[in-house]
Write a protein that binds this ligand. Structure first.
Ligand code: SF4
Ligand code: SF4
Length: 367
């Protein structure tokens, strides 16, 4: 296997074997058949070094630059970072050298030269208040830019929870009238990659899929790639055995916390949060928030800023059926289990566990 990417990887000390391993891991993370890893490797290795690389335009709207930080500061030199060598990242305000009129000219020319073919990445929400005047680039509102450029894109990636759902800018009282990309654009394929910020490998996984197969991966009902958002944090959390035994830390420095017990009672939103943190982890697979001792905040779910408080335990049953069984063995947790079991009488507990979302929690908090 030869190609410009293989040469670039070699320059950075990354062997062909490591690259193949990366591609097969990516394929497996995305629940693709084993042959897809080889197809990805071949497609990416064969990508032309210049000129004909797929064009990508990345527009930052109402955002904090955390999504860009997440991608560019993942771990360096990274294969993920180098995958960006396979696309032509023609416009990205934080990373590009051009500025002012020069930059705007690049944007105009890129759209013109790649109509119907470029990938449009948006991070940040779209301000709609005062006709979009709260957030402008070069004198044009984000709203106007999106309406002007989106129709010419092949597909759109809404990067981060702000672009996917409105995020922090949309939190109450939403002074700028922030909305998501999909609230504005209705006639283009859109993939949501939520997270505050999103995990780098999820972004590059979607890019690799687009480059290999020319299409976006399978999406769930919230427009997220099923491969990365198909399971909850709770489904794959290494603290789960403690949850099942009814062993919960009560404070961040008690004996339970020191023993690595479940953080449910400290507000962990893992049971209702779909993301890959527990399997992919962060910082090159070093660790992830729950492993560092903090509960999941639910950052990849809609309205997580408003949904019930970061340190407040979910008001839903925590899966009382298993909890009750665990509590029968672990007598110390019996009181908790009875309380949850009583609440479970109102509706089927297991169904609640599987279908309750942070949005539902937000509504229940308002009642
Ligand atoms: S509630 Fe949180 S800490 Fe506990 S098992 Fe689930 S995801 Fe892990
Ligand atoms: S653990 Fe939860 S809050 Fe933290 S990054 Fe992952 S999904 Fe977001």
């Amino acid at each position: 296997m030869q190609g410009p990417l293989i040469d670039t990887l070699a320059l950075h000390g990354v062997s062909r074997r490591t690259f193949l391993k990366y591609c097969s891991t990516l394929a497996s993370l995305m629940a693709l058949p084993p042959a897809a890893g080889v197809a990805m490797a071949e497609a990416m290795a064969a990508a032309p070094a210049a000129a004909k690389r797929p064009s990508v335009i990345w527009l930052p709207f109402q955002e904090c630059t955390g999504c860009t930080e997440s991608i560019t500061r993942s771990h360096s030199p990274s294969i993920e970072g180098m995958i960006f060598d396979m696309v032509s990242l023609d416009y990205q305000e934080t990373l590009m050298a051009a500025a002012g009129h020069q930059a705007e000219e690049v944007l105009r020319k890129t759209v013109e030269a790649n109509k119907g073919q470029f990938l449009l990445i948006i991070d940040g929400s779209v301000a709609t208040g005062l006709d979009g005047a709260y957030s402008c680039i070069a004198g044009r509102s984000n709203l106007a830019l999106l309406k002007e450029i989106a129709p010419h894109a092949a597909a759109i990636v809404a990067m981060g929870s702000c672009a996917a759902y409105g995020g922090l800018p949309k939190a109450k009282p939403n002074p700028t009238g922030a909305v998501s990309v999909s609230d504005i654009v209705k006639d283009k394929p859109i993939v949501n990659i939520p997270g505050c910020p999103p995990i780098p490998v999820v972004m590059t996984g979607v890019l690799a899929h687009f480059l290999t197969f020319g299409s976006l991966p399978d999406l769930d009902k919230l427009g997220r790639p099923k491969a990365f958002y198909g399971e909850t944090i709770h489904d794959r959390c290494y603290r789960r055995p403690f949850y099942d035994q009814g062993k919960f830390a009560k404070t961040f420095d008690d004996e339970g916390a020191r023993n690595g017990w479940c953080l449910f009672e400290l507000g962990c939103k893992g049971p209702v949060t779909y993301n890959a943190c527990a399997t992919v982890k962060w910082n090159g697979g070093t660790s992830w928030p729950v492993e560092s001792g903090h509960g999941c905040l639910g950052c990849s779910e809609p309205n997580f800023w408003d949904a019930g408080g970061f340190y407040k335990a979910l008001s839903m049953p925590a899966n009382p059926l298993r909890m009750a069984a665990g509590a029968a063995v672990a007598g110390a947790a019996a009181g908790v289990a009875v309380s949850f079991a009583n609440r479970a009488k109102k509706k089927d507990a297991k169904a609640a566990h599987e279908t309750t979302t942070l949005a539902d929690l937000e509504k229940s908090e308002e009642r």
